[in-house]
Design a protein around this ligand. Structure first.
Ligand code: GTP
Ligand code: MG
Length: 739
């Protein structure tokens, strides 16, 4: 095994204190899986291209040395076509602010896609940085009867090639060793040729740029190739004095000489790559098996069957969220109630006891009860992502997305929006057309994120009957599916509205790589579900807890003690004149009247009443108003606020669940507050309203301006209000049975 003592002297002397290593390669080649295996971190991995969109770094130590690994977004070329690819280029060329250039670059090569992968790999190796090649997915290639021989590949590339299967840690130690050995060893040029005339032009240009801006030779060469050959180039060096003119002149000269400069690079590289590939594929005893993926794909990407299958998958997902989560939810509910009554019976009555039972235990419990549903939702999302199904769904949806001015690329952010809008908005970086990207950013916050799920689940659970429909599906599952479909439709329509007005522009072609189907790795699945579950619980235990405490205070104070006396005397009167069930009922009624009156007098109650006139036409009363106000902090807070508002923790023997409280809540005139119509309207409001500060912040960051986040908040608020108003007003006229 190699230690720092084994290194050659000249290398030891120059060894940096921390060795910086960049992981690069085409999208979906296993870079992040490798990164996680090297560093022990848990960055997101999934089986579709474009998962990583930011540079992420982590440190591990090996043989007494510190090694910093940088995981980069996948790229198809060093001539970037979108922001994600730009990051990779900038890191490799040391153009990332004040960041030091990397010491070693590890190129991931997917053995199943060697030809395309080698295109980018050779571009990177041409930079001359010390390089190592990680050959990934060779296990898959072997099972298809087409493994790649790493030894032969190593001879061609002139750099060490290590076969890795990161999900099982195969080759990781070997890779670490090879990385250390590579430090300080610049790579030789690869034996392919771009053509003499083009080479000459590149050198001419490099010399000219070098006069204005001294740079390392390899960077200079790279910049010159980019300026000369990339017609859509975004490199700012073009603005150096005289360079734009020189580029024009050199191109004209090449054309004059009959040189196809645009294709010169790809022709040269692919010619060489072909010769490499012919010798690296091991002719396996087993015959090459045509992939089963192709047959499956014919069905899953079929315009009609594909769409039908997608809808069935979604229906199963949302019905299972109800069916499977039920028993676990009951368990959490039971635990919450038990702990509230345990606290209540062990403490004297008073504000502190009320705070603990009503504010903390039942508030946080009301949110935690939805943990099983969140976990199931994430389980399904991960399964779709890691099996490779997501790209197929995007492919099927492309033709439908086009009608809305988007492409299939926008589908992935929209579907990941079911988890959370923040990473979904970041993943729009994969969309290269800026207008399509902005329209997608504006629309994604409408897709139904997991923070909304508790609100839907509460409303549906309390007010939509679980009438069986067919084959195990119930109305509840369908209303939930409907909420998600509604959110997607709203997002698409909004995108279309933007694309037809302020973000008008031509449609870009849609190209997506369909990754091979993979059995999702249980590690990825567990990781992702665990992380999400942990986040949800942490949030319930911190932010939501804090907001609950504040809410409890403003819902409790000013506490009018004379009210207590008034109701106590009425209770005394009832006890003297009534008995049995009648007495029980009267006492319950007095309890609810008292808490209603107390809440009405509290700060929160006053706030709710201030906005009541505005929300009354939507079918919402002032208590719901308190919930709406509070949910601007975080959507889940709506649920815990309702628990506080309806005094759910009231720890006596007849303690009721939040759903029962909602079902039984009445206006002063005895009318029920909640009807199925009101429940649906609350769901619609939560789909459309912008109630997430995190989203606003990420839109500000991604668009680099305040304009777009403000546009987003404005249109979402208006859309939510107007839609709910129209829905409710039409509903009470045409469907009085639901009202
Ligand atoms: N069979 C096999 N699967 C692998 C291997 N390495 C990674 N995977 C799987 O390949 C998929 C893609 O892995 P990622 O690590 O997300 O790929 P990436 O290169 O980071 O992708 P982007 O971030 O989208 O560029 C996941 O489903 C991994 O579980 C490997 O060596 N063999
Ligand atoms: Mg990645």
């Amino acid at each position: 095994m190699l230690t720092s003592q084994d290194l050659p002297d000249q290398q030891k002397g120059t060894l940096p204190r921390t060795i910086r290593v960049a992981l690069v390669g085409n999208p979906n080649t296993g870079k992040t899986t490798l990164f996680n295996a090297l560093t022990g971190l848990k960055q997101k991995v999934a089986n579709y291209p474009g998962v990583t969109v930011e540079r992420k770094s982590g440190i591990f130590s090996f043989e007494g040395l510190q090694i910093e690994v940088i995981d980069l977004p996948g790229a198809y070329s060093l001539r970037p076509t979108n922001d994600v690819e730009r990051i990779t280029r900038d890191v490799l060329l040391g153009m990332m602010g004040s960041e030091q250039p990397v010491d070693v670059v590890v190129v991931c090569l997917d053995a199943g896609n060697l030809e395309r992968n080698l295109y980018f790999a050779t571009q990177v190796l041409d930079l001359g940085l010390p390089g190592v090649v990680a050959l990934t997915m060779n296990d898959e290639a072997a099972s298809m009867g087409q493994p790649v021989d790493p030894v032969v590949l190593e001879q061609h590339l002139g750099r060490p090639v290590v076969e890795t299967v990161a999900p099982t840690y195969k080759g990781i130690t070997e890779l670490k060793k090879v990385i250390l050995q590579a430090v300080g060893r610049e790579g030789e040029d690869l034996p392919w040729s771009i053509g003499e005339k083009v080479l000459h032009a590149i050198e001419h240009l490099a010399a000219e740029i070098g006069k204005h801006k001294p740079m390392e030779r390899r960077i200079l060469r790279q910049v010159s190739v980019e300026l000369l050959l990339d017609r859509r180039g975004t490199n700012r060096m073009i603005d150096l004095p005289g360079i734009r003119e020189l580029v024009g002149k050199l191109r004209a000269e090449l054309e004059w000489a009959g040189v196809k400069w645009v294709e010169s690079e790809s022709i040269g590289r692919y010619a060489w790559i072909k010769s490499v590939i012919e010798t690296t594929r091991v002719r396996s005893e087993e015959k090459f098996k045509p992939s089963r993926s192709d047959k499956v794909d014919r069905v899953l990407t079929h315009p009609v069957f594909g769409l039908a299958i997608f809808l069935v998958v979604m229906a199963v997902v949302f019905q299972s969220i109800y069916t499977w989560a039920g028993p676990f939810m009951d368990m959490i509910d039971g635990l919450t109630a038990a702990s509230a009554s345990a606290v209540a019976s062990s403490m004297p009555s008073g504000p502190l006891r009320d705070l603990l039972t009503d504010g903390i235990i039942s508030g946080v419990g009301a949110v935690l009860i939805f943990l099983p549903q969140i976990i199931l939702l994430f389980l399904f999302i991960v399964l779709m992502e890691d099996s490779g199904y997501l790209s197929r769904a995007a492919f099927v949806m492309n033709r439908h997305m086009r009608r809305f001015g988007l492409t299939g690329h926008a589908f992935i952010p929209m579907l990941s929006g079911f988890a959370c809008a923040i990473p979904a908005i970041m993943s729009t970086r994969n969309i290269s057309d800026p207008r399509t990207r902005l329209a997608t950013i504006m629309a994604v916050p409408l897709t139904s994120c997991s923070a909304r799920l508790p609100v839907y689940a509460l409303m549906i659970g309390a007010l939509i009957p679980a009438t069986p429909l067919f084959a195990g599906f119930t109305t509840q599952g369908f209303v939930l599916l409907g909420a998600y479909i509604f959110s997607i439709c709203a997002a698409l329509l909004v995108a279309r509205a933007f694309r037809m007005t302020v973000l008008k522009g031509r449609q870009q072609p849609f190209i997506i790589e369909l990754p091979p189907y993979r059995v999702p790795s249980w590690k990825t699945v567990l990781n992702s579900v665990w992380e999400r579950g942990r986040m949800f619980v942490t949030q319930a235990g911190t932010i939501i807890l804090a907001i609950n405490i504040i809410l409890w205070f403003i819902a409790y104070f000013p506490h009018d003690n004379s009210l207590q006396a008034k109701y106590d005397s009425q209770r005394g009167a009832a006890q003297a004149s009534l008995s049995g069930d009648e007495l029980e009922l009267r006492l319950e009624e007095l309890d609810s009247l008292q808490s209603g009156e107390m809440l009405r007098g509290s700060i929160a109650g006053k706030l709710g009443q201030v906005i009541e006139p505005v929300i009354e036409p939507l079918g919402f009363d002032w208590k719901i108003g308190i919930g709406l106000l509070a949910s601007f902090a975080a959507r889940e807070v709506f649920v815990s606020t309702m628990a506080i508002v309806y005094n759910v923790g009231e720890a006596d023997e007849t303690s009721v669940s939040l759903m029962d409280a909602i079902r039984n809540e009445k206006h002063a005139d005895g009318q029920r507050v909640y009807s199925p119509l009101v429940a649906l309207n609350i769901i619609i409001f939560f789909i459309l309203a912008c109630q997430c500060m995190g989203t606003v912040a990420v839109v500000k960051r991604e668009t680099n301006s305040w304009k777009w986040p403000l546009v987003m908040v404005g249109y979402m608020t208006a859309l939510a209000y107007v839609t709910c108003l129209v829905f409710y007003q039409l509903g009470i006229r045409f469907f009085p049975g639901l009202a």
